[in-house]
Design a binder for this molecule. Structure first.
Ligand SMILES: [Ca+2]
Ligand SMILES: [Ca+2]
Ligand SMILES: [Ca+2]
Length: 394
C-alpha cells in the first residue's frame, strides 16, 4: 500500500483534474392530491444522459501502487467510440522483470463480454513491452461499456485495469470517498472530493478511476488521494488538482446545478463550496419551481416535452393515472305508493373516460357519476366537475 500525496508527489509531474364529496361522487383537488400507490404508474422520461466517450484514439497514463506487477504504464484504445462493424485496437504498455505470459483485453458491451488476446508488438523499440490486439465490434454500448486489461507473468502474478465509460462515480458532496463502492468509474468533467480524502482501492476488482480529456479531479488542500489496489488512468488533457469545488444555485431554490467549478476563489453570487449544498442537485437550475421534492403538478413541461419532471426524481409522474369505473344502479319501485328511486349497487370511481392522457394532454375526465330516475329506469349523469381536463405532471 502506498499513499500518494498528489500535491507533493505528482504536482511536479504537471498533473494539475409536487375531496370534496358531492352528491355525484368524489372530486379531486388538481394540485394537492397524490395518486394512491395502487394506481401509481409513472412514466420514465427519456432524458438519460449518454455517457461520455472520448474522441479517438485515447491514451491513458496509469498510476498504481508500486508493487503491482506486471506494472501497467500506459493504455491506448483506438478508436474509443465505436459502432458495430468497426475494428477497435488495443495497446497496453507493461513493465515486469519476469517474462509476461499472457495479456488479455475483456471488452464488456451491452450484452456480451468479448475476450481478445494481445500479442507483443516487437516493432516498438523500447524497454517496456507493448502488447496489442484488435476486435471487430459486434455489439452496442448504450448502457454498458468498459474494457479490462489483464496481464500475467511467469511468477503467476496478475494485474488488471478497467477503463470504463458507463460507470458513475457517485462521489458524495461532502466527505471521504472510496472507489470500491463503485469498483470503476469515469469522469469527463469537473468532480472530486470536498472536505474529504479519496481512496482508489477498488476492492477485489482493482477499481480504476478513469479521467477523460477535459476531466478535473479536485481534492482540497490538507486532504489526499491514496492509491492502494486500484488505478488512476489519466488521459491527455485530464488533470488532478489540489483546490476547492464550487456549485451555483442560479434560480435560488436552495438546490445547486450539477455543474462544478474547481478553483481556489469563490466564483461569485450564488456559488458556494460543494460540501455546503443539499444532498441532491437541482434537475433544472433555471426555474425555482423545479427542484427535488417539489409537491405540485404542472400542465407545462419543465423545459420542453417530454420532460415534466418537476420534482427531479427522473420520472414523469402523472397526477391522475386511472380510467373511471362506472357507477351501477338498479331502478326500484317500492310498490307502496312511495316514489321510485335508484339503488346504488357500486358507486364507481373517478377517472379518465377512455385512456390516461400523457402529460400536458387533455381528455375527458369523469370526476363522479350519479344515477337518477327517468320514467321506469335509471339514467347516469356525469358530475358538473367532469369535463375536459389536462393531465398535470411532476
Ligand atoms: Ca437551483
Ligand atoms: Ca430549480
Ligand atoms: Ca418526477
Amino acid at each position: 500500500m502506498r499513499s500518494y500525496r498528489f500535491a507533493l508527489s505528482v504536482a511536479g509531474l504537471g498533473i494539475a483534474i409536487a375531496a370534496v364529496m358531492i352528491i355525484w361522487g368524489v372530486r379531486h383537488n388538481r394540485i394537492s392530491v397524490s395518486p394512491n400507490a395502487k394506481n401509481f404508474q409513472a412514466t420514465a422520461i427519456s432524458k438519460k444522459k449518454k455517457f461520455v466517450i472520448p474522441a479517438a484514439p485515447a491514451i491513458y497514463q496509469i498510476s498504481e501502487a508500486a508493487e503491482d506487477l506486471p506494472k501497467m504504464i500506459e493504455a491506448k484504445i483506438d478508436p474509443t467510440d465505436v459502432h458495430v462493424g468497426d475494428i477497435q485496437n488495443f495497446y497496453i504498455t507493461l513493465s515486469d522483470p519476469n517474462p509476461i505470459t499472457s495479456v488479455v483485453a475483456k471488452i464488456q458491451t451491452d450484452h456480451h463480454v468479448k475476450e481478445v488476446e494481445l500479442a507483443e508488438d516487437f516493432s516498438q523499440a523500447r524497454n517496456d513491452k507493448v502488447y496489442k490486439g484488435s476486435w471487430k465490434v459486434a455489439d452496442t454500448h448504450d448502457t454498458t461499456y468498459r474494457t479490462t486489461f489483464v496481464a500475467r507473468d511467469s511468477k503467476g502474478r496478475e494485474n488488471s485495469i478497467t477503463l470504463a465509460w458507463s460507470d458513475a462515480c457517485s462521489i458524495p458532496n461532502s466527505g471521504n470517498w472510496s472507489i470500491s463502492s463503485n469498483s470503476n468509474c469515469t469522469l469527463s468533467a469537473v468532480d472530486g472530493v470536498d472536505n474529504g480524502d479519496a481512496t482508489i482501492d477498488g476492492g477485489v476488482n482493482n477499481g480504476t478511476l478513469t479521467l477523460n480529456s477535459g476531466a478535473t479531479f479536485a481534492f482540497n488542500p490538507g486532504h489526499k488521494i491514496t492509491i492502494t489496489t486500484g488505478h488512476i488512468a489519466l488521459a491527455s488533457g485530464a488533470q488532478i488538482k489540489e483546490t476547492y469545488l464550487w456549485k451555483q444555485d442560479a434560480d435560488s431554490d436552495t438546490y445547486p446545478g450539477a455543474t462544478e467549478y474547481a478553483q481556489t476563489n469563490d466564483p461569485g453570487p450564488g456559488y458556494a463550496r460543494r460540501y455546503t449544498w443539499a444532498v441532491q442537485d437541482d434537475c433544472y437550475d433555471f426555474d425555482a419551481n423545479a427542484y427535488p421534492g417539489e409537491p405540485n403538478y404542472y400542465a407545462s413541461p419543465v423545459d420542453f416535452a417530454p420532460n415534466y419532471d418537476w420534482n427531479c426524481d427522473g420520472i414523469n409522474e402523472e397526477q391522475y393515472q386511472s380510467t373511471y369505473t362506472p357507477r351501477n344502479c338498479t331502478y326500484v319501485d317500492p310498490g307502496d305508493g312511495g316514489p321510485a328511486y335508484c339503488q346504488v349497487n357500486t358507486p364507481g370511481t373517478a377517472g379518465w373516460q377512455t385512456s390516461v392522457p400523457a402529460c400536458g394532454q387533455t381528455a375527458y375526465y369523469i370526476d363522479g357519476q350519479g344515477c337518477i330516475v327517468q320514467g321506469t329506469a335509471c339514467i347516469y349523469r356525469d358530475s358538473f366537475t367532469s369535463g375536459n381536463w389536462t393531465q398535470y405532471c411532476r
